[in-house]
Design a binder for this molecule. Sequence first.
Ligand code: ADP
Length: 869
Amino acid sequence: MENGSRRKPLSSDFRISENVSASAKHRPWSLRLMSLLVVSIALLLAMVGAATWNLRTQQIWGGWVAHSNQVRYELLQLLELLIDAQTGARGFSLLGSDRALQAYNEATPRIEPCLERVQQLISDNPKQRPLGAQLEGLANEVRVFNETLLNEARNGNAARVRSLLTDGHIDDVMASARRLVAEMQAEEDHLLIERRLTRDRARRDATLALWGTGGLGAILLVLIVYFTRRDEARLHLAERELATMLRSIGDAVIATDVAGTIRFMNPIAAQLTGWDETSARGHPLTDVFRIIGEETRAPVESPARQVLEGGRVQLANNAVLISRDGSERAIADSGAPVVDESGNVQGMVLVFRDVTEQRRAERALQQRDAELQIINDYARFPIARCDPQHHYLFVNKAYAERLGSRPEDCIGKHIRDVAGERAYQSIRHYMDEALAGRVVEFETEIPYAGNLGQRWMHCIYAPVRDTDGMVRSFVAAVTDITERKAAERELERSRAALAETDRRKDEFIATLSHELRNPLAPIRAAAKIIASPQVPLPQVQRAQVIIERQVTHMALLLDDLLDVARITQGKLTLKKATVALFDVVDAAVEAVRPTLNAKNHQLSLNLPTEPVSLEADPLRLSQILSNLMINAAKYSDPGSHIELAATVEGDAVSLSVKDDGIGIAPQSITGIFDMFSQIDAGTGRSDGGLGIGLALVKGLTELHGGTVEARSGGLGFGSEFIVRLPLVRREAASPLATDPAPAVSVRRRILIADDNQDAAESLSMLLELSGHEVRIAHQGRDALAIAQTFRPDTALLDIGMPDLSGYEVARALRQEPWATRLRLIAVTGWGQEDDRRRALQAGFDHYLTKPIDPDHLESLIAGQSMEYS
Ligand code: ADP
């Protein structure tokens, strides 16, 4: 990647440098011009050839013309010589004239050579040759006649002479000679005309060819001059352009000759090397261009040598240029040879650039790449990048692994093919939004294909823009929030449950205050009745019964409350014993009998005939049954039928309380055992309650290792509550642990300390009625003071007193030497387990919650029970 990014621009530099050498060997003329020139020269040569040939032809035919003229001349000469010789011979023979003889003598010897010349001249003409032979014969005849005539004349044979001259023979011969010469001349004339014509034609053609040659040569010359000039101008311009270009390009350029001596250097090269062009010119390249390896710091061979020797383009990367002043720069360089037309290296061009910044950027990029790689490999949240057609361009490891794949298996694939069609469709419009240039953040449930299944995902899709601002892809960063969503739903449910509990609690508090206030009214009224002196005794007794009943009711309510609180805190402990089921049922029935009677209900018991033993807390077990029966009584119309049944089922006993009362709506059954749960008051609830009775039943049952279930056919169809408990098969059960033993009548000295005067007074009266000696204090300090003199053997101390708390008083009393056998009983409205523990630590022996059960108190005072209640 590093090399690729660095070499790419350099390779374009090479093109520049190759263009440089191309410019240097720029062809002067174009191919077309060259072809034209070649054709022109060929034409020119053809014309010269034609001219030469025609001149030669003209010369030959000129010779032939002269030949014919010569023939004509020689024929004429011969004829004249024949005539002169004949005339001379005739003149001499007739007149004896010496002048005639002289003429004869001069002409005769020339006839023979002349005839030979004629024969010679016409020897190549088959037509003339026979004529020449005839002419020769005639010439011989003339010569013989002349000699004969002269001989006759010299012999003075005048008659013979006359006869010879007049017989006409010689005249015929001469006439024949003349005709023959004329014929031969005519023949030559004919030849002469032809030969002249041919000669003249050749001369004309030669003239034309010479003119053409001259003209074409002139045009060629002009063209050559024109194009040469033009190319020179172009070359010059190209050189200037090249120089300007090399000076103005952003890269440094140095050109050397074949020996590596610098001939040219552009300003950038001057700047990078620290040499100016003038001083650098003529220096060896190695002086000016000094480079070392970027990593090795060792001198690096300049590319110049290889370029010049090898004639090839060379690259050198990762080099550092040391400039004239010693400063260093990372450079990327390349060299290209300059070759001439014949392919010989004439020099080189070195192109280089400062890549310091580029290297820095590359290193930063590498660093970022490495960081990105780490994110890709180790980031736990899935990331992907997709193209506009929804194909993966990139996915990190986490993304691929989620889809049960590897990044290389996802890249290039369509989202549909990797995540599934339904998943793709569910996110498609978000992707389109991102590709439209918006960042989209959303949470959605995606139905993935394969094992992944339906997952809640938090997704951010962000568009990725190119340098031109166009969105070419988008990045998706996704987080699986299925667990978080489930937790949120759970939280929502818990919130709703909490709100429901809260609502129930508020309702409970309202109900509680109502339930507690209810008994107060009759108590107050009854107290008033008792206080009135004129009220008859029966009414006083009735009032007492009312007070007793209401107080019992309130005490029950408060006990239930405390029990529930203990169960929820896990602090209620069972006093288990092996008990007989019948006894427990008896106790429970006894407890609810007044309630059943009050509403005139019918109770039927359906119990096993065999005795059944349970490992249980008898009090709590009967509390479970009585609570269920009281509910059955409460939620049934007067005179209804209630059934208590027990069945043994394997190792468990199932206790069922069934009524035919108002029943329970199906939707209410589920939460009926929850704390404070009360079905709408409009269901016709017949008696008050706090909505904790069934919670208590459930808690107590579970403490016994059992289960409880509610059933109903719906509103108006009665209800059934079934408690299942583990069974212990025993023949006989121990008696109920709760059976209170009769109180032993012992007179005690009792100190009562309570800031509530009424409470203290009423308790005092009660105890005095039982025969005890009682003192009262309303503050802690008073109690201590009284104790010092009174020396009680029992102290009933309220905890919350204004000056000293009951704990403090107890602790102080426990310090007294006389108080070793003192029985300390805490009497308080606080019934929490914590309060009991603190009381114990302070030295109390017993802990009673208000209102106190007088019988229980009596037994404690008598010293028969050491149990806390
Ligand atoms: P409460 O003090 O209101 O009776 P419980 O916890 O005992 O509280 O009962 C909770 C609610 O269950 C009651 O308010 C009543 O609506 C319903 N319920 C309990 N027992 C019966 C029953 N035998 N028949 C119909 N409804 C019942």
